[in-house]
Write a protein that binds this ligand. Structure first.
Ligand code: PDD
Length: 288
């Protein structure tokens, strides 16, 4: 166990000893992909789904996976430490290595750069459950392959800064009149007794937490549908939620300065969050 060691290219080293070439294509082109995997008490939540998505991202950018499933599991387990470890998110990235020359054309056979680190997950502040969070909406200025979890995150970085400047936690993006997702989260909209979320496809990242929330909704007999959401539905939503591995499922109670529904976390969110917390407790005990 060590929060003060990182994994780089086959070795566990202290962060200050972890050095990457300036020719690395991750640095020069944002040419790489990543994952963020939560763990509770030393047990990962959704590890296999995250590693499946890593495979899909790598295949989409034509990078071979440099490690086997077993190797990834063992690297990540060492970073978070054995149970009962503190709650942490493991971050991993694979970039297309450091060829001798900078060239847009990517080499066919590469020696990829692998990096992984664990960082503590902060417990959710109680006010969030009581008051919810604020969001803004903006045009989705990203590319058309948002299903790839790429380290090229400039649009997300810019839009997240806009949210912060407006006193909000997250920016909900809209493309062609349809809600896509948050800069680092998926979006759910509650209309009446139904929960809606945009369908999987190239315009969103298929979040692992989104999938878990849908599974929990199904098991809890909460009605839901994966369908395109016109931006106008945000203004008439009874509830809006965000989901991500590090933020779980959060209630959005203000959007562009106006209250969402009654302006307080909604009843369906409270139900879903109860199911989510129960699931997390099972993960923490090694029972999920
Ligand atoms: N981001 N959409 C985007 C654009 C994201 O970056 C993320 C997660 C999600 C939610 O996916 P998941 O439920 O699998 O975490 C959706 C991570 C947490 C990050 O970039 O740090």
């Amino acid at each position: 166990m060590s929060l003060n060691e990182v994994y780089l290219n086959g070795k566990f080293v202290r962060p200050e000893q972890a050095m990457v070439s300036v020719m690395d294509r991750g640095f020069l082109f944002g040419d790489g992909v990543y994952e963020v995997i939560p763990s509770y008490g030393g047990h990962f939540l959704g590890l296999e789904q995250h590693l499946d998505r890593l495979d899909r991202s790598l295949a989409a950018v034509r990078l071979p996976n440099p490690l086997s499933r077993r190797e990834w599991r063992s690297v990540l387990a060492r970073l978070i430490g054995p149970p009962p470890a503190p709650d942490q998110a493991a971050y991993l990235q694979v970039t297309r290595g450091a060829p001798a020359e900078r060239d847009h054309l990517c080499p066919e056979d590469v020696d990829p750069t692998l990096f992984a680190v664990a960082k503590p997950i902060k417990p959710r502040r109680p006010e969030i459950g009581e008051r919810g969070v604020a969001c803004i909406t903006r045009p989705d200025i990203r590319w058309e392959r948002c299903d790839i979890k790429t380290v090229s995150l400039l649009a997300a970085v810019m839009l997240r800064r806009e949210a912060e400047d407006a006193g909000a936690l997250e920016t909900i993006m809209v493309r062609d009149g349809m809600v896509t997702e948050g800069t680092a989260s998926n979006v759910f909209v509650v209309l009446g007794d139904q929960v809606l979320t945009p369908p999987a496809g190239p315009r969103i990242l298929t979040g692992i937490t989104r999938g878990l929330a849908l599974d929990l909704a199904r098991a809890g007999e909460i009605r839901f549908s994966e369908q395109p959401i016109p931006v106008g539905d945000l203004a008439r939503a009874d509830e809006i939620w965000l989901s991500s591995s590090t933020r779980e499922v959060l209630p959005v109670t203000r959007l562009d300065g106006r209250p969402v529904g009654g302006g307080r976390p909604g009843a369906l969110w409270a139900r879903l969050d109860g199911l989510y917390q129960a699931f997390k407790a099972r993960v923490r005990d090694g029972r999920a």
